[in-house]
Design a protein around this ligand. Structure first.
Ligand code: NAD
Length: 292
């Protein structure tokens, strides 16, 4: 029997609905809406589209969008100064510096300068460390979206065999920590894994994040598994995932399509993270007696 196809757009819409209600509540509590600062350096057309979508999504749920668009020739020092101002601003709860940055700028230096409590992309080493240690903090958006998709299907990772293909800092590693935190037994595969098929066939939850079109064939999927395809690969056939969807859909219990699966979750989780950051900062300010 063919698998349930998980509708990422519908799950993302439900997350946005939840966020909208939280924004309303928080705006009343703070006396101002939560604020997300976006920094777009230079004129890369793809980055401009991503940032525009994020800003529109903010406005739809009532988050204030605070946008900075420095010239592509900005020096690292000046960009650090801008991030410093945003770190210090009380109106700003979350900061997103759109990557990639121009060549004269070391992205790691900029990312590392973000206040971890405003790091809504969850990219700083402190955010990564908190996640790895199971401590509260901001979690990267796509991995968090994957957990929402599992929850939307009623899949509780506890005690299950989970396999992740890909070990990037952006996807594979944070997903590993989240699944482990949810008590799954987790295996992570990568480009040096000897028999990928054998490991994948163990998975009750299979997350493919390798950036290799249709790497996961139907025979690598355990019957009834929940398959989350993170891959977005542009090919002559259009946008395809890391999973051979047509074959896997016949074996899996549930599967995300590409597009329309993981993709729509990323912006929804950015909004959720901005609200979470605002709430955490407000709570910290209240306990320290500082104004929030
Ligand atoms: P990456 O290139 O940083 O990492 C890829 C990982 O896959 C590496 O750890 C590598 O070891 C592993 N890998 C590569 N080939 C492999 C193979 N043949 N067998 C096993 N493992 C292999 O990529 P990333 O940033 O983690 O992104 C992965 C994919 O997810 C890309 O297609 C990317 O576009 C997509 N992505 C989608 C979203 C979204 O919102 N939908 C967000 C982030 C990334």
């Amino acid at each position: 029997m063919a698998a349930t196809v998980i509708d990422g757009k519908a799950v993302a819409a439900s997350v946005c609905g939840r966020v909208r209600a939280e924004v309303e509540e928080l705006t009343a509590e703070l006396g101002r809406p939560p604020g997300l600062a976006t920094v777009l350096v230079g004129d890369d057309p793809a980055s401009a589209i991503y940032v525009r979508r994020k800003r529109e999504a903010c406005e739809e749920v009532g988050i204030r969008s605070i946008h900075h668009e420095p010239d592509g020739s900005i020096s690292q020092e000046d960009l650090l100064e801008l991030v410093g101002e945003l770190n210090d601003s009380d109106e700003v709860d979350g900061i997103l510096v759109q990557l990639p940055l121009p060549d004269q700028i070391d992205s790691a230096v900029i990312v590392n300068s973000l206040d971890p409590d405003k790091d809504v992309d969850g990219l700083t080493p402190i955010s990564a460390g908190r996640l790895a240690r199971g401590e509260p903090g901001l979690v990267p958006c796509t991995p968090q979206g994957i957990m929402e998709l599992l929850a939307s299907q009623g899949v509780d990772p506890s005690g299950r065999e989970a396999v992740i293909v890909g070990r990037s800092n952006l996807v594979g590693r944070p997903v590993f920590s989240l699944l482990l935190g949810a008590n799954a037994t987790v295996t992570i595969c990568h480009s040096r894994t000897r028999d990928l098929g054998e490991v994948c066939r163990r998975a009750e939850i299979l997350v493919a994040a390798a950036g290799q079109p249709r790497l996961i064939t139907g025979d690598m999927v355990r019957p009834g598994a929940t398959v989350i395809d993170v891959g977005t690969n542009r090919t002559d056939d259009g946008l395809v995932g890391d999973v051979d969807f047509d074959a896997a859909v016949e074996v899996a219990g549930a599967i995300t399509p590409v597009p329309g699966g993981v993709g729509p979750m990323t912006i929804a989780m950015l909004l959720a993270n901005t609200v979470e950051a605002a709430r955490l900062r407000h709570k910290a300010a209240a306990t320290s007696g500082r104004p929030s």
